[in-house]
Design a protein around this ligand. Structure first.
Ligand code: TXA
Ligand code: MG
Length: 311
């Protein structure tokens, strides 16, 4: 079911209220949403994704006030929220008692991840729903995140009571996750909001600890297509697909992430091209070197995980 109009948003809200799952567009990637307050709906969500229950979810809210109802934001978190919401930034902060994000959605932690997404359809949905909606990326666990409607439906449509088509996701990488707890702010996951922009507001970010409890989603072998991934490749070998970056020869198994060598464009294309290359069933997917600048940090993070390197 493609849902576009406000009246259909009513339908999507009804599905959430009934404990159902809803495919929703965000500016980063498509999400699979559930009522954050319903342990039953959240259990259904973990099951649909095949996601380990120790990996907590992000609560999506309509605005900063909504975020303050679920989390205790300190002054640094508020500055980041004011600078970047709505947008591809997730803040991890102490959970507020009675804030409506159930234990299961937080994997039992006393912290909660929260963000205000920028996509207009999902903002309307959150406004109308009136409470937090947890939404992991709409892929089955361990697969690349879907960045367009068709890919989202292919991944988790079987489990969705409603699905909203918001077109292709302009950012194409999951949100940047920053922990705003005691001590220095920490980068838990590089993503669609680049580090330099964040550091201009709050100064240098500390690195994530490797402690799996603090950054439970940072599993190796995440985001993986079926074919093996070969990085830093100057070109394809026999039988390989190739994700190019910058000027490159064309070919049947070549996808150019950005012919002009722009990391922002490469980010927007990354997951859709990984999927397209994978569908051709190549012996491997070779990927050109991508610079670490701007969103390149997050692109390389996802590529290293797709290649199976421990991050
Ligand atoms: O862009 C996005 O963030 C997308 C869209 C749909 O909003 N969502 C997304 O969700 O990527 P997911 O579930 O695939 O990733 C959530 C990340 C995981 O790495 C998880 O471990 C981390 O956030 N996370 C959630 N709650 C946390 C917490 N309390 N402490 C530390 N990390 C947390
Ligand atoms: Mg994910």
């Amino acid at each position: 079911m493609a849902v576009r109009t406000p009246s259909d948003i009513t339908e999507a809200v009804a599905a959430l209220k009934a404990g159902g799952l809803v495919i929703l567009p965000t500016e980063t990637v498509y999400g699979l949403g559930a009522d954050a307050g319903s342990a039953e709906a959240v259990a259904r969500l973990y099951e649909a994704k095949g996601r380990p229950r120790f990996n907590p979810l992000i609560a999506h809210v309509a605005d900063r006030e909504g975020a303050e109802r679920v989390a205790v934001l300190d002054e640094r978190a508020r500055r980041l929220a004011d600078a970047f919401w709505p947008g591809p930034l997730t803040l991890v902060a102490p959970v507020r008692d009675g804030g409506g994000v159930c234990d299961l959605a937080r994997a039992g932690l006393d912290t909660v991840a929260v963000r205000v997404p920028a996509h207009p359809l999902t903002r309307m949905l959150l406004d109308a729903f009136g409470g937090p909606v947890v939404a992991p990326s709409a892929n089955r666990s361990g697969r690349p995140s879907p960045t367009n409607f068709a890919d989202a439906v292919e991944e988790t449509g079987f489990a969705a009571a409603a699905a909203m088509d918001g077109g292709p996701c302009p950012v194409g990488l999951e949100s940047t996750v920053v922990a705003c707890l005691d001590g220095p702010l920490r980068l838990l996951r590089p993503g669609g909001m680049d580090r330099a922009a964040i550091e201009r507001i709050v100064g240098p970010l500390a690195e994530a600890e490797t402690d799996a409890k603090r950054s439970p989603g940072r599993l190796a072998l995440h985001y993986a297509p079926d074919a093996p991934v070969r990085l830093e490749a100057s070109g394809p070998r026999q039988g390989e697909a190739y994700l190019a970056f910058g000027p490159a020869p064309e070919g049947p198994l070549v996808w150019n992430l950005s012919a002009t060598g722009e990391v922002r464009e490469a980010a927007a294309n990354l997951f859709a091209y990984l999927r397209a290359a994978d569908r051709a069933k190549p012996s491997a997917i070779a990927v050109a070197p991508i610079p670490e600048t701007g969103l390149g940090e997050a692109i390389n993070d996802r590529l290293r995980r797709a290649a199976g390197y421990v991050g």
